[in-house]
Design a protein around this ligand. Structure first.
Ligand SMILES: Cc1cc2nc3c(=O)[nH]c(=O)nc-3n(C[C@H](O)[C@H](O)[C@H](O)COP(=O)(O)OP(=O)(O)OC[C@H]3O[C@@H](n4cnc5c(N)ncnc54)[C@H](O)[C@@H]3O)c2cc1C
Length: 434
């Protein structure tokens, strides 16, 4: 039963069996057996996915990788780490921190998600604006192919143009092309200073203008995150951080790096926030207070999820210039369909998470949620955006992919799947139907 679902609402299928391999060779053996028996294989990390990627197909074999949890090497001379795919994301960064190094991608789920799941989804995080996403840190992967072959793609070289970049094909492939068993990742020197600030606004437009002004001032903060009024109210109710609950928007800003630069950028950002109408700007005095302020954003999803039995989290991304319009559109759409929605997201990346607070047993309301989601997707595509910025397609976004990509790109993707996995053994029915 616990392996019938992931973090996505309203998707549940019982698997035939669940196995917990400890080594890459055991994973390869599982795939070979499943292939001989014509049984589908659904790979699973921690099951925190938000697009149904690790939801089983009926009667399939779930290969759950959480017991492959060993960090195999920290190479301080080459600034790399090699780890088994089931290592928890936060443990990767904790191990790097012990030697003064840094693994930047920090999805909100980093205390539970696996590094293999992060690579399979090409996950983003709160520091994505400055540091990029998981793909930017993957130097190599060991992968089990659909025929059971175990192979390495990539290496420790900073430069390598020998042939196609095969590892890149597997990053973000959502368990449909191969099972990632080991990951070789790039690490950075750990920033010595960090400053965390919160800006509170009475108008959403002022928050969006601040973001544009910060980027226009040629500052790339590591974090520019946003919470709307409903989300702030839920977070305050849940985490008691001391936030005013009558604000229209809260922006979390973080800069890191050399202490002098951090100080200068923090002052500039606070000034820009005030100039663009922030009602109040708070700066953390130290790391502990910074973590407390940042927890307003880190708790957003959990705080919203407490309100109603079903939480449907969207993941649309638009060009940054369209953010204020998109937030307004979502709010207006929710009012028109008489739905409760809290929106938060990575404002600096244009990535919004409108979160519908609903009840899957209320069929009439679920129809209204579906209608609202369809409108949000249509508006996103009209603005040149994407239906998923970081959570992946899985089952949740399957209906929209062809419309976004166009026929050429969509068919190319399917032909790659057919070439690598002609039996459609791995994660069938995810991203597209063959
Ligand atoms: C509270 C919360 C906050 C979140 N915040 C973020 C966020 O900020 N940014 C973000 O990008 N996502 C976020 N997510 C979504 C999710 O945590 C990520 O997609 C994460 O990378 C999934 O990791 P996992 O180990 O749970 O993988 P799973 O959910 O188990 O699997 C995800 C997909 O990857 C495949 N897969 C898993 N492991 C492997 C492997 N070793 N080889 C091949 N395929 C594999 C699965 O088949 C599935 O398709 C959040 C989720 C929650 C619940």
């Amino acid at each position: 039963m616990p392996y019938s679902f992931d973090g996505t609402a309203a998707l549940k299928v019982r698997p035939g069996a669940v196995v917990f391999p400890r080594t890459s060779e055991e994973v390869a053996a599982c795939v070979k057996l499943a292939r001989e028996a014509h049984i589908a294989v659904v790979t699973r990390g921690s099951g925190t996915g938000l697009s149904g990627g690790s939801v089983p197909s009926p009667g399939c074999l779930v290969v759950c990788l959480v017991q492959m949890d060993q960090i195999l090497e920290v190479d301080e001379k080459n600034l790399t780490m090699r780890a088994q795919c089931g290592v928890i994301t936060k443990e990767i960064d904790d191990a790097a921190a012990k030697v003064g190094l840094f693994y930047p991608p920090d999805p909100g789920s980093m205390k539970i998600s696996t590094i293999g799941g992060n690579v399979a989804e090409n996950s983003g995080g709160l520091r994505g604006l400055k540091y990029g996403v998981t793909r930017d840190y993957v130097m190599g992967i060991q992968v089990v192919l659909p025929d059971g072959t175990l192979t390495w793609l990539g290496n420790k070289c900073v430069k390598d143009v020998a042939g196609y970049s095969m590892k890149d094909l597997f990053i973000g492939s959502e368990g449909t092309l191969g099972i990632i068993t080991e990951v070789l990742i790039k690490l950075l020197p750990r920033p010595v200073a960090r400053k965390t600030m919160l800006a509170l606004y009475d108008r959403m437009e002022s928050a969006a203008e601040t973001i544009s002004a910060i980027i226009a001032a040629k500052i790339i903060p590591c974090t520019l995150e946003f919470l709307d009024r409903t989300t702030v109210q839920c977070v305050e109710d849940y985490a008691k951080i001391g936030l005013p609950t009558d604000v229209e928007a809260l922006v979390l800003m973080e800069t890191d790096g050399h202490p002098v630069v951090v100080q200068e950028e923090a002052e500039q950002m606070m000034q820009l926030a005030r100039q663009h109408g922030a009602r109040e700007v708070r700066a953390a005095a130290d790391e502990a207070e910074g973590a407390k302020l940042a927890s307003a954003r880190r708790n957003a999803f959990s705080a919203l999820a407490r309100v109603m039995p079903t939480t449907i989290l969207e993941d649309v991304t638009v060009p940054r210039t369209e953010l204020a319009h998109m937030v307004g559109f979502i709010r207006e759409c929710a009012i028109r369909h008489n739905l409760k929605v809290g929106t938060f997201g990575h404002l600096g990346d244009g990535n919004l998470h409108p979160t519908f607070l609903t009840n899957e047993r209320d069929h009439e309301e679920m129809h209204r949620v579906e209608a609202a989601l369809e409108e949000i997707v249509n508006e996103t595509l009209r603005l040149g955006g994407t239906v998923t910025g970081e959570h992946g397609v899985g089952l949740a976004k399957k209906a929209f992919v062809r419309r976004q990509l166009g026929d050429g790109s969509y068919e190319l993707m399917k032909s790659i799947k057919r070439a690598l996995d002609p039996q459609c053994l791995l994660n069938p029915g995810k991203i597209f139907d063959l």
